[in-house]
Design a protein. Structure first.
Lengths: 654, 302
């Protein structure tokens, strides 16, 4: 059935819930969506000519390259967070293994050599750390182009920069070019997101790969072969961070609904569609049955040749075969279901293949990885005057924290964007793409809001929601500009819709930009206008830093004032960070650093030192008071005070 | 145009206007933030003003509580205090309080501050301003004369372990007591529920044995206040049982069970205690980290 025919014959509800976007449509938007009055619908995505598409591609490349260069140019001040130094170390270890694989592959493939290289930070899959390590070898060791930290971080810049063109492309389908461009740019105007885009960690990369999966999924509903990219990108998402486990939850309903719709009146296609679903449902049921009957033996006997693995292989084969038949019978139904099958089959395959640590003992080691995250410890976290240490955590934590950290001029449109989709749903005008965006905006937030989920780490754990919220926010800005233009254009003829949109974008961006510039590189300390900025957040009793990167703020003073060989306790900083600071020229090599675990821990360390670099956290104050005791003074010699709030305080023995 | 379309068109306009208002408010806020930051000269002048008129026993209270940068500048002869909730503290040991406020800080208001700080305090002289900093002096109507301080009297105390086998004395080494079980009893800085306390380290030895500090010739007091709690995050322990903290005045015992698992400063007051011997003791089924202050006060307002 051609799109034109469908648009002409389908009832209004169907037309308004279609997921097709303009890029691949020949007919104008008005023909596809006859129900939409210009005032009722979001700004319609414009049908694109080849020239338009080429222009969009250029914009996408410009966004990507511009963002990469920006991140590279602003990298140096960004301090190393506690986890990052571990990932540097792990990445370097993995890269050495790849080097050994090139020189002696048989030897490298032995399990003991894989374990020796990949045991470092086995809590996370290896994909990004592989890239960090290989980038370090290439850009620092071989080519000498970048300092060590920048070389490690370069793949993180690339992944963060990818968010912009992906956001642009997805937003373009929904709201047109201008709002899409604003959505892309606004992602980097959130100070915490911009800061963490610099880090060789996983929170931004998993946001990128999540967005990539959704982008591919949306494309795959209409275009051939994109089911393959959906599966592969899901594999990359799984290989980036465990957040990706939740991606299918936000896509399955759309896929099933669309498959059901597309197979209407086609009994054979419907039967195959149900067969594909039945295969995976049966697999899930059999696994559940195994888990109940075998208990822990299910995992302990899960081997390369075992019924457990056989079940997966058989289901994957059955699903693939049925999909293949469906593709030959009815392309629209196939496109609805193929992305999910591809994700189910290729996701685990990519995860396994990319991570050498799993190669010899996949189930046991994967089980350890899952177990680590299912039983993750809870770190103390200051929230509205209360020190959260154990679950249950407040249900509203994620929403409150988001409201208090995302610049308010960007947060308000995001909220209105969600409300707008709800209203359009009630009006039965919503498009499937709008709901895909809302579902993915909500998924991480809903998952992380569960009271038993660890709540440390600021907002980074639900970063995958933020690109989708940016799209919804951009739609609201576009609609608001349209409203202002319609209202005022009779009085101010120069205020066209385009002018109003540009002006409104500039206006809502400006406060966010000012905040971003002022708080950088102390991104983990950023708070929005709603909080009253960082000082207001401190008054509210909010955690005002974490991850230890703010220590860079006093290193210049330490380097200038420390005596030769002075014993300095770097509170909350670990040995790996010290090494990284020294090898990147940020800390003098002649000082004697003392860190936790080097014969002391927290409160007992100040007594061993002549200088204490203390990180002000509510939960660590005992360390500061032990410093008073050890040094006989309560008077710091200097400190890092961001917007007057103490972050890092330096004491010196009298 | 149907009703919905009209409403939607109107909503778009209001959305646009709303975004303009929000953005302008945010812009105004961002432009105001640099005004929060006092210059070094502001701090130096404020510190000099305090230093010039400060008397022994005075305290400097920071408000907002996190405005700690002042510590770098204020003379050490006057203690500087500020913690979450410190606006509401009595500061019983301090007859005068210097309030050092950053009045430009977001969410700060004098009226909000005075609502909790103001009762039974009287402002002395005029406020002095140094950039965004304001200095005000208050007499503290909640202050009381200190007649006894266990931490000051520690060196003259008798400290011992008390169990089924009788007393095992702890020896004074000029700075602290060393007990037969290796424990040290000493006055030092510790955190109780995120607040700094100069208190006596007093770790219960575990089991039925008590650690005891006995003070003789303690003067009569209008109020004898015990301040205690678990140090830092040592409130968790294996046994569910609380730590019992006893204060005996001439044999009349009052026991405070310090519940396990709570980050809290325990303050227990005992009115009109007679002069004589005061025994403070602590006992818990397993090892805990506790410290305490025991202070005898005269009448309020002294």
């Amino acid at each position: 059935m051609s799109k034109k025919k469908r648009a002409a014959t389908e009832p209004p509800a169907e037309a308004s819930t279609s997921a097709e976007g303009a890029p691949h449509s020949k007919e104008p938007d008005s023909a596809r969506q006859p129900e939409r009055a210009s005032t009722e619908a979001p700004p319609p995505a414009m049908a694109r000519s080849d020239a338009d598409s080429a222009h969009d591609r250029r914009i996408g490349w410009a966004l990507f390259l511009g963002a990469t260069v920006l991140l590279l140019a602003t990298e140096q001040p960004a301090g190393f967070v506690r986890d990052e130094s571990q990932y540097f170390h792990a990445g370097e270890s993995y890269a050495r293994w790849f080097q050994s694989f090139v020189s002696s592959p048989v030897q490298a493939l032995k399990d003991e050599n894989i374990v020796a290289a990949f045991s470092a930070n086995r809590e996370h899959p290896a994909w990004m750390k592989n890239l960090y390590g290989l980038s370090f070898v290439l850009l620092h060791e071989k080519l000498g182009l970048l300092r060590p930290a920048a070389a490690f971080r370069f793949p993180a810049f690339v992944f963060a920069a990818l968010i912009l063109p992906l956001l642009f492309s997805l937003g373009r389908r929904l709201f047109g070019r201008g709002p899409a461009l604003f959505a892309a740019l606004s992602f980097f105007m959130v100070p915490r997101q911009f800061f963490e885009a610099h880090l060789a960690c996983f929170d931004v990369p998993v946001a990128t790969t999540w967005l990539l999966v959704v982008f591919c999924f949306v494309e795959a509903l209409e275009r051939p072969r994109w089911w393959l990219w959906t599966g592969l990108s899901f594999g990359l998402a799984l290989a980036s961070k465990h957040n990706a486990f939740f991606i299918p939850l936000s896509l399955i309903p759309f896929s099933l609904w669309r498959g059901w719709e597309r197979s209407k009146g086609k009994p054979e296609a419907r039967a195959l569609f149900l067969g594909v679903n039945g295969a995976f449902v049966a697999m899930a049921a059999l696994y559940a049955l195994m888990a109940i009957t075998l208990g822990p033996r299910m995992l302990s006997t899960f081997e390369a040749i075992s019924p457990q693995l056989g079940l997966f292989v058989l289901t994957a084969a059955a699903g693939t075969f049925l999909c293949w038949k469906l593709a030959r019978l009815d392309a629209p139904t196939f496109r609805a279901v193929a992305p999910l099958v591809s994700m189910a089959v290729l996701g685990p395959v990519v995860l396994y293949l990319h991570w050498p640590y799993l190669w010899h003992h996949p189930v046991e080691r994967y089980g350890w990885y899952l177990g680590f995250h299912l039983n993750h410890e809870h770190y103390a976290w200051f929230y509205l005057g209360e020190l959260l240490r154990q679950p249950p955590f407040p249900l509203g934590y994620v929403l409150v924290k988001t409201a208090l950290t995302v610049p308010t001029s960007l947060f308000v449109p995001m909220v209105l964007g969600v409300v707008w989709v709800v209203v359009r749903t009630l009006r039965r005008q919503v498009t499937a793409l709008e709901w895909v965006v809302v579902a993915n905006a909500a998924m991480s937030i809903i998952v992380l809001s569960q009271p038993n989920v660890p709540h440390f780490g600021g907002v980074k754990h639900w970063f995958p929601s933020m690109p989708f919220l940016a799209i919804l926010g951009a739609g609201v800005v576009a609609r608001g500009a349209q409203g202002l233009s319609e209202w005022l254009s009779s009085r101010v003829p120069a205020l066209t819709e385009r002018t109003a949109f540009i002006a409104l974008c500039a206006l809502v961006s400006l406060p966010a930009l000012i905040q971003s510039v002022r708080v950088y590189p102390y991104g983990t300390s950023a708070y929005s206008e709603l909080a009253g900025g960082l000082p207001g957040a401190a008054t509210l009793g909010m955690q005002r830093q974490f991850w230890a990167n703010n220590v860079t703020g006093v290193l210049e003073w330490v380097n200038a004032n420390a005596r030769q060989g002075e014993r300095i306790y770097f509170h909350e900083v670990h040995g790996g960070m010290i090494q990284d600071m020294q090898r990147n020229g940020m800390l003098r090599r002649d000082v004697q650093p003392i860190v936790d675990g080097m014969g002391c821990f927290m409160g007992t360390c100040p007594a061993l030192a002549d200088m204490v670099v203390y990180q002000y956290h509510q939960e660590f104050r005992e360390t500061e008071f032990r410093t008073w005791e050890a040094f006989g003074t309560q008077k710091p010699v200097t400190g890092l005070y961001v917007d007057e709030t103490p972050q890092v305080v330096v004491y010196r023995r009298r | 145009m149907n009703l919905w379309a009209e409403t939607a068109a109107s909503l778009k306009r209001w959305e646009g206007l709303g975004l303009v208002v929000v953005a302008l408010a945010c812009l105004a806020f961002q432009l105001s933030v640099p005004g929060v930051t006092p210059s070094e000269a502001d701090f130096q002048q404020a510190a000099a003003a305090i230093d010039q008129d400060a008397k022994p026993g005075d305290v400097v209270l920071l408000t907002p509580w996190w405005a700690e940068r002042a510590r770098v500048f204020v003379s050490e002869k006057t203690p500087v205090v500020g913690w979450y909730g410190s606006d509401a503290e009595d500061f019983t040991e301090h007859p005068r309080i210097w309030v050092l406020a950053n009045v430009k800080a977001p969410r700060f208001s004098w009226s909000g501050f005075l609502e909790v700080f103001g009762p039974r305090r009287t402002e002395v002289g005029d406020e002095r301003r140094f950039g965004p900093l304001a200095v005000r002096l208050y007499t503290n109507g909640r202050a009381r004369a200190v007649r006894f301080s266990a931490r000051e009297a520690l060196a003259s105390a008798k400290v011992y372990l008390e169990g089924a086998g009788g007393q095992q004395p702890c020896g004074w080494n000029g700075r602290s007591f060393r007990c037969p079980n290796g424990a040290e009893v000493v006055t030092e800085w510790h955190e109780l529920a995120w607040q700094p306390h100069r208190c006596i380290r007093f770790f219960p030895p575990g089991g039925p044995t008590r650690l005891v500090a006995e003070f003789s010739n303690v003067p009569a007091a209008d109020v004898l206040r015990l301040t205690t709690g678990y140090i830092w995050e040592r409130f968790g322990s294996r046994a569910d049982a609380p730590t019992d903290f006893g204060v005996e005045v001439n044999g009349d015992v009052q026991t405070t069970p310090i519940a396990r698992g709570l980050e809290k400063v325990w303050r227990v007051e005992r009115p009109n205690t007679a002069a004589g011997t005061v025994r403070a003791w602590v006992q818990a089924p397993d090892s805990r980290e506790v410290c305490f202050e025991l202070t005898g006060f005269g009448p309020e307002g002294a």
